[in-house]
Every structure is written in structure tokens, then in C-alpha cells.
Design a protein around this ligand. Sequence first.
Ligand code: MGD
Ligand code: MGD
Ligand code: SF4
Ligand code: MO
Length: 678
Amino acid sequence: MRRIPVVCPFCGIGCRFYIKVVDDTVVDVKAYKGESVNRGSLCPKGLTSTEYLTSPSRLRYPLKKTETGFKPITWKEALREITERLIEFKKKYGADVVGFVSSARCTNEENYVFQKLARLYGTNNIDNCSRLCHASSMVGLTRTLGLGVQSSPFEEILRTNVVLIWGCNPAETHPVLMKYVLKAREHGARIIVVDPRRTRTAQLADIHLQLHPGTDVALANSLMNVIINKRLYNTEFIRERTTGFNDLSIIVDEYPPHVVEKITGVKAEKISEAARMFATAGRGVVIWGVGATQHAYGTDVATALSNLALICGYIGREGTGIYPLSGQNNVQGACDMGALPDFLPGYIRVTDNNGRGRIAKLWGVESLPAEPGLTLIELLKASSRGRIKALYIVGKNLVVSSPDTHMAKDALRRLEFLVVQDIFLTETAELADIVLPAAAWAEKEGSYTSSERRVQWSFKACDPPGEAKPDWQIITMIARGIGLGAYFQYSSVEDITWEITKAVPQYRGITPGRLKENLSGIYWPCPSENHPGTKRLYEKEFPTNNGRATLIPVKYRPPAEAPDEEYPFILLTVRIVGQYHTMAVTKYSQSLMKRWGEPYVEINTNDAIRLGIKNEDYVLVETRRGMIKAKAKVTSKIPSGVVAVPIHWGVNVLTSAILDPHSKTPGLKTCTCKIRKA
Ligand SMILES: Nc1nc2c(c(=O)[nH]1)N[C@H]1C(S)=C(S)[C@@H](COP(=O)(O)OP(=O)(O)OC[C@H]3O[C@@H](n4cnc5c(=O)[nH]c(N)nc54)[C@H](O)[C@@H]3O)O[C@H]1N2
Ligand SMILES: Nc1nc2c(c(=O)[nH]1)N[C@H]1C(S)=C(S)[C@@H](COP(=O)(O)OP(=O)(O)OC[C@H]3O[C@@H](n4cnc5c(=O)[nH]c(N)nc54)[C@H](O)[C@@H]3O)O[C@H]1N2
Ligand code: SF4
Ligand SMILES: [Mo]
């Protein structure tokens, strides 16, 4: 029997566990009890994560689309076709007609080589799934703090006095983080939850601010209004470590609780009580999720939450911190590696001549493209218009996860050439000209970076099925095929990890050797090989020009779609603990499907009575873009006028592709709808 240490392939908490292998067969999963984030516990997804690996539906051979469907082809044929087409597009139209979509499910090394391929091919048209969740936080926090990441490790939560959880339901989505919150509560910390629904997380709160969807900026400003008017803020911190307090005070003055009660539906006294509880705790943390960020004003919400933490001085000290949770297991790493249209590895702007020059020199080329590329949804929109002619998508089920499925499918169908590299024949792969079979997490090795900035090595436990290969190998083969072989001389994953230590300043001391020895991982920034890594950021200064954080006031703007006579309800798209995103992999897990196998629509009890809908009746939910059918779950946990649908069963036929102007994140979280009995 062998016990192979791996990192969970699902969420950004980054749990560590062992896979037990007997005679090359995976037999069991066992949580790692050492100094990992999970210290012995795992959620249902982690526990069942090996089930889908052996599914007979796994992709085994490269596939080519023919008139009669897909036919298996050899790797040689697949590579020839892809590389010939890539060369042809560049010659005929220039490199910017091709887009690259990277995977937050792949390793740092794979994201690194993929963005390198895009850039050496000649374009910055590369993005990853952070665009759908995390980008608003990245942009909002970069403008306030200088860097868009989680400031502190989760263990800080154990030393805090108040936990503010905003637009996030960790009881379902980050169960291992929830353990930290519950422990903090045992030690006496207070919990405040901001969510339109009475979620499993909200049920544990001391105060639940059940706001109308989309009114977050008004509520955050009102909390600050109380904190400033009652002088509950941290004068010293504001004076020494921030700028912009006066401007902020002027704007939040427009949001007294009695005014904001009318916008948010939250009672004025409750706003004041929460503000007092938060600001007077001495130590506090703010955790937020995609209920805060997936809106056309998501960047403003992230900015407002950053302001709120700053005026209380809840950054850079023990028991404090901001936690813009990164969703997928390696979305943090994908961004760190520069799988972004505006940033090179290590958050160097593509427009920064010096920084770009340094990377070009490291890669041994004269120059690199200096124009920012298109973001994820912009790539789709440009495909619809014929401006993007080919896409190479790695590990992303874009057809199902993007807003407005009809638009997304149409965009992909219009492409002249689509390559999808995945572990299953997903809805997106079905539209491809060539499908490439990838090895899954346990079948390859490499590093992943969790929401904590904790970089961990995952070892190989078993072989991939058929002729599937690790993503980094496939990407390297394609690079060689288009004449970039000299820049992709990697014979192992470690060769790439070493290059990352040179390209990404924050990873300088994070060598493959250290990663393999330290199963508990290393936190970036880690400037040298003897540096232990940095758990808590901003203790002395912020990475801004003047070392201070900037308080940037933001104003409330009403949601893009307001309920009207035709579409009187607000639809929320939410997650449940036992399913993951588009179900691309979880639908092959029998244990999860048995318990969490069916979609539903949460509807308020009074609304249901009014519409003649009983629990478990089939209902139709319709928006301006599409319709779904599912069973009703009649409940008082959701307010009247709001319905909620789990995202996992193709919810995006309903949603809209409206984008936040700053982060280009789509408003996936809410839109208006109507509902009736089927
Ligand atoms: N089981 C499971 N876990 C996951 C995932 C999964 O698919 N399944 N995905 C992972 C990924 S990639 C991510 S990004 C995270 C996301 O993790 P979460 O952010 O926790 O995910 P959601 O359930 O989508 O949204 C959180 C909450 O936002 C609330 N909400 C909706 N609209 C609003 C609003 O206008 N304002 C406020 N304040 N709240 C609102 C919803 O009611 C919901 O309870 O989860 C990760 N973990
Ligand atoms: N309406 C609505 N829509 C949403 C959201 C929402 O809250 N509401 N949430 C958004 C968010 S936060 C996110 S993160 C996205 C998620 O969107 P996606 O990333 O598209 O969702 P997944 O289903 O996780 O797809 C990941 C794909 O990677 C493949 N894969 C897994 N491992 C590997 C590997 O090692 N190699 C390769 N090549 N492929 C692999 C899987 O088979 C799957 O096809 O959804 C977004 N969509
Ligand atoms: S909490 Fe996240 S990382 Fe941990 S076991 Fe569950 S899905 Fe995996
Ligand atoms: Mo996400």
C-alpha cells in the first residue's frame, strides 16, 4: 500500500489529504492531520473526490469532429491539425484573433506554461475563471490596498472577536472554513452574516442582515455611516496607514440607517447594532464570496468592504484580515501565474515596459505583446462578432458556466476553430473541432495555491486513462509544434516550478524541493529559499506608491435589472454543498449524485401560496433569456419576491451577460424572473 499526499481538486480552501493506493488502484482517501488548513477534516466533495477518476466516461484519446460525430485520432494527428491551424490564423489575421482560456483546476505549472504559450504566440488574450468570481475583488482591492488577495491565513479567524460574512455561504461552499468560524464562535466571537437568504451560515449568526439582493453598497456605506458618526473608527490606523478618510466620510454621510432601511429592507436599528458590534470588537475579519462580487457593481462592493475593514483597523494585525475567498482550488495560482489578459506572472502589468522587458529577457525573446487582451466574456462576445476566430480552452466548461448560455453557445459555434482540453466530454467539448484528453489532478503532479496564498505540492497517485496526458505536457507539445520549442525545454514539472521561482517574485523561494518536503505548504510572498513564507500581509505597509491604503468612496447604484410587472421576482443563483459548478465531474460521483442529485427552486411560503405552488410541485422559472423547470422548495428562509436556484443544473440559460465596467465580471448572481406552476 502507498499513501500519496495530494491537494483537494475542488475549492480554494486547499485541503490536504492522502490517497491510499493498493496495486495501482485507488482504495481510499484520508485527511491529512498535520499542519494543513483542514487538520484532519474534509467535506463531502473532498471525501469523494477520487470517484470520478475511474469513470468510464473519461476522455482517453484525442477526438476530431466529423460529419458523423467525434472520431478518435492519434496524438500526432491532433497536434498536426492544431499547430497548422494556429500558424495559419496568425499568418492570415495576426495572433489577436486567437483566445486562450486557462483552468483554475490545473496546477501553477500548467497555468504558467499556458500563458507563456499565448504570449509567445503573440497575444494577451488569455483569461481564467477568476473573471467569473474573483476579479471584482482583485480590482477593488488593488485600487484600495495595492494587491487583490486574501490578507491573512484562516487560523487568524480563531483569534478574532467578530466575523463578518458577506454574500457567502461557507456552510455549503467552504465547509472546512466554516469549522474555523464555529471555533471562533465557541471562543466568544460574534458572527454577522449579510445574505438575502437565511442560509445554513446565516442561521448560526448573532446578527443576520437579510438585505434585498443587490443593495450591498448601500448597506456597507450605512455601516460606515454609523461607525463614523458614532466615532467608533480606529483613529490611529486611519491617520497612520490610510488616505482618503475625509472623502469617504462625505460620501457615506449620504447613507444614514433610516434612509438605507428603505433601500435594503434591513431595519435601521439592526444596521446600527451590527455596525456597533463590528467596530467595537477590537479585532474583526471580513469574509466575502460571490454574493458580493458577481454583480455589475461587484468591484464597488469589494471596495466598500475594504473601506469598512480599513476604518476599523482590521488589517495587518493579529485576529484581523480580509478574506475575498478564491473559489476554485487554483484560481489564486492561475492569477499569480499571469493567466490574465492584463497581468504577466507576478502581477506585472502587460503595459509596464520594465516589467515586461524583464519577463521577455527571462524567456529569451525580444519583445512581448503590450496591449491588454480580452477578458473571458469579452472573448465570447468577440467570437460572436467574428473578431475572435479560434479558442483554445483548457479545463473550463464555458457553455454552462458563462452567463446567458444561448449567447455562449452561439459564440462558440461561430468560431472557425475550437480546441477543448478536458478530462470529460463536457457540453463545451461537444462543440469543439478537436478534443484533447487531459490527466486529472491525482494522475499528475504540481503545485496549487489556495485562497490563503498557501502553495502546496500535489503528488501523482495513479496513471491517467488511455492516452490522456498531463496538461503541461500537452501545452508544451503544442508550443513545440508551432516553432516555440526553444522556449519550452521542460522535461519535468519541476523544471517549470524552477522557472516560476525566477518569473514570479512572490514565489522566488518556493522551490520544488521545499514544496515536496513541506506538506503544509509555503505562503507567498516568499522572497528567498530560507524565508519561511508570509502568512499575514500589510503588517507595516501596503504595496502602494506611498505605502498607505486608499479609502475610495463608492456610491450605491441600483441593480441592472429591476423587477417589473412582467418579471416580478429576483432570481439568485446559489451553490449547494454536494455539487460543484457545472457538475462536469460531480455527476460521475455516485455518492454525491445519490444525495444531491436533483435541482430545485427555493420560493417563499407566501409567494407559493399566492401562486398556487405546493412543495415539490414542478415550476417554470423564466427570464428574458430562457426558462428552466424544477421542483419547488417552499421555504420561509427566502424572502418574498426572491427565488433561488442552485447553479449546478444549467442555471445560466436564465442569466444575463451584463459586465461590471471595472472588472468585466458578469452579473451572474442575480437577475429578474417570473415563476409559475408547470
Ligand atoms: N459545494 C460547492 N462548493 C463550492 C463551489 C461549488 O460549486 N460547490 N464553488 C467554489 C467556487 S468557484 C466559489 S467562487 C465559491 C463561492 O462560494 P459562495 O460565495 O459561498 O457561493 P454562492 O452560494 O454562489 O453565493 C453565496 C451567497 O450569496 C448570496 N447572495 C445572492 N445575492 C446576493 C446579494 O445581492 N448580496 C449578498 N450579500 N448576498 C447575495 C446567496 O444567497 C448565497 O447564499 O464556492 C466554492 N465552493
Ligand atoms: N449563474 C451563475 N453562474 C456561475 C456562478 C454563479 O454563482 N452563478 N459561478 C461562477 C464561478 S464563481 C465559477 S468559478 C465558474 C466555474 O466554471 P467552470 O470552471 O467552467 O466550471 P467547472 O464545472 O468546475 O468546470 C471545470 C472544467 O475543468 C475540467 N477539469 C477538471 N480537472 C481538470 C484537469 O486537470 N485538466 C483539464 N484540462 N480539465 C480539468 C472539468 O472536467 C470541467 O469541465 O462558474 C461560474 N458560473
Ligand atoms: S472544503 Fe474545499 S478543499 Fe476542503 S475538502 Fe471541501 S471542497 Fe475540498
Ligand atoms: Mo468561483
